[in-house]
Design a protein around this ligand. Structure first.
Ligand code: SF4
Ligand code: SF4
Ligand code: FES
Length: 646
């Protein structure tokens, strides 16, 4: 049933344009009208931010029993018996007047403005505005455009002072770096002198600016909206799994934009994800396979490269002499295909999608799980035991920030160092590296804390425990690797201490690599087969449907690199992986790559490790194939094919 057909149980009967509709208790008139089929024009109102009533575009005639009067529909809640007229002559005159006022100083830039064709000011002027302007005076002029960061440019002439960008920066991202300055007729949006708009989330302001005042340096003058073809997909830069739209023109990706889905990203993207559109079009992309000859890597025919790839695997002395690292950037479908090739045909279990920076697969898949919504549920308590979410999983940071600031969620952080979330946490303790589990055990335990533990004072520990204990219901834990200098076993020990003390706890795994959950689901981990089944439990079934199955649990990435360094790996396969740059022990990665007899790589571009390969297969990347991906919650969403691979 469409949402507009739902009759709220706690409903408030109001009349909009003579038709009775039932609004939710506390629902804004602008939302109730839209939900029931009447669109009220707006500029400053944004459903994910607090209303401010800045632009007055949403004025409608409202009668609450004292006679009709113009009121901003984004600022008033529906009350019983309220009557609103969005089409009356008075409402239309107000809309007309507001648009004429906004256009008094707005430049006639539409033909050269990136927003032209998808501009709310343009569209609403056509739909609700005056046909002609009475202003003949010179318009206000300002230098255009000025860069306020490497990624965002500001054209102050076009700004209608709607307060969306400034509210987003302060309210949503917590980076109040863009403000209104000056007063009256001179009011403008700007940054502080010498302080660029250095926010990890700056691109969102470009997306929500209702005019062409904020534009992205990566998209300026690249395409016109009517030339764009758009497909919805899922960001694969990290594992949050934000929903995005991909815009392409002439078979080239032009930009990504956030799509609002309730359970994950609410329409927001981080800049890392948004501007990763440039990765797709990068000149560094591989367009053909490479093979090594005497002079280095040279372009080869697909038949030759595939032949060398296959014969290297064929000539491996045993299944145990094949090692496979990577796979977390694949689609679920590709991950299954590689899993079947290595485990079900070549019978090796030396396969690991994680590069020593995650958690053991049985922990990720075996812990009772929580969704992002459950972690951020109003009034809840979250124990953050993982990486700096602002750095690693930025939109999860935005959700946690909103939960803490707006929804009374108590955050307790246990991490060797302070992070982007520390200032929002009710308590934040920083144990010595390697001793996190001791601190967590003390926090969830019931013994009196009368001494310092792991460098954290008894007083700090009591404060953190009090914050955790304030929750009467179950707590949720965001669980990942706070420090790669600590072994994963410390995080596992901490999780186990929590479950022992509070068995109703649920966990959201904060794994960083994009589709690592999907890769684990498809069996790209030692001891696992596709479908979250262990080798032991699934071998019998798989031996009936696959040509082979591994005979014993294999090695993880560290084990594979050690075996390679010792000369026990004939073929090392890198599936979109770069252990030289990403594995925490760079020396071991170097020795592993040197020790492997043959290195095969599959990637979209060369990296430090694949440059050392004997064969490199050029892969289709993001936006170049369809499939599915699985985010940190285990939520499966679609990946779309928008452009042709190079
Ligand atoms: S720059 Fe755009 S979003 Fe910011 S206040 Fe001006 S019109 Fe609004
Ligand atoms: S948080 Fe992750 S999934 Fe979301 S936009 Fe950023 S990189 Fe992409
Ligand atoms: S949308 Fe209501 S005042 Fe701007």
């Amino acid at each position: 049933m469409a949402e507009s057909e739902v009759t709220p149980v706690d409903g408030v009967a109001v009349e909009i344009n003579g038709v009775e509709v039932i609004a939710h208790k506390g629902e804004l008139l602008i939302d109730a009208a839209e939900r029931t089929g009447t669109y009220i024009p707006r500029f400053c109102y944004h459903e994910r931010m607090k209303p401010v009533g800045m632009c007055r575009m949403c004025l409608v005639e409202v009668d609450t029993g004292r006679g009709p009067a113009l009121q901003p529909s984004c600022m008033i809640e529906c009350t019983p018996g309220m009557k609103a007229d969005t089409e009356s002559a008075v409402t239309k005159k107000a809309q007309d007047g507001i648009l004429e006022f906004l256009l008094a100083n707005h430049p006639l830039d539409c033909p050269v403005c990136d927003k032209g064709g998808e501009c709310p000011l343009q569209d609403q002027t056509m739909a609700y505005g005056p046909g002609e302007s009475r202003f003949v005076e010179e318009k206000r002029h300002k230098e255009k455009p000025i860069p306020i960061s490497d990624l965002v440019l500001l054209d102050r002439e076009r700004c209608i002072l709607c307060d969306r960008c400034t509210r987003f920066a302060k309210e949503v991202a917590g980076d109040p770096l863009i403000h209104f300055i000056h007063r009256g007729n001179n009011t403008e949006v700007n940054t502080f002198p010498d302080e660029p708009f250095a926010s990890y989330f700056s691109g969102n302001t470009v997306q929500i600016c209702p005019v062409g005042a904020l534009t992205a340096s990566t998209y300026r003058f690249k395409a016109r909206p009517w030339d764009l073809e758009t497909t919805e997909s899922t960001c694969q830069t990290c594992s949050v799994g934000c929903r995005i739209s991909i815009d392409s023109s002439r078979d080239q990706v032009q930009r990504f934009a956030g799509v609002d889905i309730d359970p994950v990203n609410w329409g927001w993207l981080c800049d890392k994800g948004r501007f990763s559109s440039q990765v797709v079009t990068s000149d560094a992309r591989l367009s053909e396979p490479l093979v090594r000859d005497g002079s280095g890597l040279v372009a080869a025919k697909w038949s030759d490269a595939l032949g060398r790839f296959a014969s290297a695997l064929d000539n491996a002395s045993s299944a145990q002499s094949i090692g496979v690292i990577g796979g977390s950037r694949l689609t679920n479908e590709d991950a299954y295909a590689w899993s079947k090739l290595f485990k079900g045909v070549l019978a090796t279990d030396n396969v690991d999608a994680q590069l020593g920076d995650g958690l053991p697969a049985h922990v990720v898949l075996g812990l009772p799980s929580a969704t992002i919504d459950e972690v951020c549920a109003p009034g809840g308590t979250v124990l953050l035991l993982g990486p700096d979410v602002k750095e690693e999983l930025p939109v999860l940071f935005l959700r946690l920030r909103h939960a803490a600031v707006e929804d009374r969620v108590t955050i307790v952080e246990v991490s060797p160092r302070s992070s982007g979330i520390t200032s929002l946490a009710a308590a934040s303790v920083h144990p010595r590296p390697g001793e996190t589990a001791d601190v967590v055990a003390a926090l969830v335990g019931s013994s009196v804390i009368d001494r310092e533990i792991a460098g954290v004072s008894a007083e700090e520990l009591e404060q953190a425990r009090a914050a955790l204990s304030a929750s009467t219901g179950p707590i949720t834990v965001v669980l990942g690797r706070a420090s790669l200098a600590e072994s994963a076993s410390i995080t596992v020990a901490a999780a186990s201490a929590i479950l022992n003390a509070r068995p109703d706890t649920t966990f959201l795994s904060a794994l960083r690599r994009s589709n690592v959950r999907g890769a684990l689901d498809m069996g790209l981990a030692p001891g696992l087969l596709p479908g979250r089944v262990t080798l032991e439990d699934g071998a019998e079934w798989y031996s009936e449907v696959w040509p082979a199955t591994p005979s014993a649990t294999g090695l993880d990435t560290e084990g594979i690199l050690r075996a390679a360094a010792d000369g026990r790996i004939d073929v090392l396969v890198l599936l979109g992986a770069d252990p030289l740059s990403d594995f925490p022990d760079a020396d071991l990665a170097e020795r592993g790559l040197t020790g492997a007899r043959t290195v095969l790589a599959v990637d979209t571009a060369l990296n430090s490790s694949s440059k050392r390969a004997d064969v490199v297969l050029a892969a289709a990347g993001f936006a170049e194939k369809t499939g599915t991906t699985t985010n940190i919650e285990g939520r499966v969403s679609t990946l779309s094919h928008r452009v042709t691979p190079p």
